[in-house]
Write a protein that binds this ligand. Structure first.
Ligand code: GAR
Length: 212
């Protein structure tokens, strides 16, 4: 099975979706380490409850030295035998150092249909823009924020009475289906980075409401 390292900063609901997916015997990946930059991240409790090793590398222990922070994270991940790093609500920007150490072995989930709405407050901005569809994206990480070859996307409708909360809830539910789906594609060796795109082999088994 492909060994995952999941990086979190908080709630960890996407981590939970990955934990639940990995509990199925036929899932082709397992979580070797959950790594948080915050000691009080709720996701750490989710991991502990599932019997998954955890580590905390706090950016505050490395003031002004991002390279040292990232080197410490990298050491934890290598020690755990991690093969694919999954960002799941990890809220620190990674520098070119870390991105190059994990080139094509580092993915992120972002709460919009990229390349629309990079950055924060995606749901507010989607409502403001009046888009009729919104969603989420799993992509390989490149140095530029929220840019990189797209593995999979899921679209949800924007409904007339939505506010940022109701829209965020609908997107989050789609994230929980999409992330395990994307990890499965990679773990099965069916996702191939080809320049700035990802080619997917075979007909993907797509969870309901997840568009590949
Ligand atoms: C998710 O919506 C994720 O897409 C988003 O943060 C949330 C984390 O929730 N990520 C980003 O905005 C990355 N820039 P979770 O901790 O419950 O998985």
């Amino acid at each position: 099975k492909l060994k995952l390292g999941v990086l979190i900063s908080g709630r960890g609901s996407n981590l939970q979706a990955l934990i639940d997916a990995c509990a199925a015997p036929d899932f082709p990946a397992e979580i070797a380490l959950v790594l948080s930059n915050k000691a009080d991240a709720f996701g750490l409790e989710r991991a502990a409850k599932a019997g998954i090793p955890t580590a905390v590398v706090s950016h505050r222990d490395f003031p002004g030295d991002k390279a040292a922070f990232e080197t410490a994270m990298d050491a934890q991940l290598r020690q755990a035998g991690v093969q694919l790093v999954c960002l799941a609500g990890f809220m620190r920007l990674l520098s070119p150092l870390f991105v190059s150490l994990w080139h094509d072995a580092l993915i992120n989930i972002h709460p919009s249909l990229l390349p629309s709405f990079k950055g924060l407050d995606t749901h507010e901005r989607a409502l403001q823009a009046g888009v009729r569809f919104h969603g989420c994206t799993v992509h390989y990480v490149r140095v530029e924020m929220d840019v990189g070859p797209i593995v999979a996307q899921a679209a949800v409708p924007v409904l007339p009475d939505d506010d940022a909360h109701s829209l965020a809830d609908r997107v989050l539910e789609s994230e929980h289906a999409l992330y395990p789906h994307a990890v499965r594609l990679i773990a099965e060796g069916r996702a191939h980075v080809d320049g700035e795109r990802v080619r997917i082999d075979g007909a993907a088994t797509v969870p309901p409401s997840v568009l590949n």
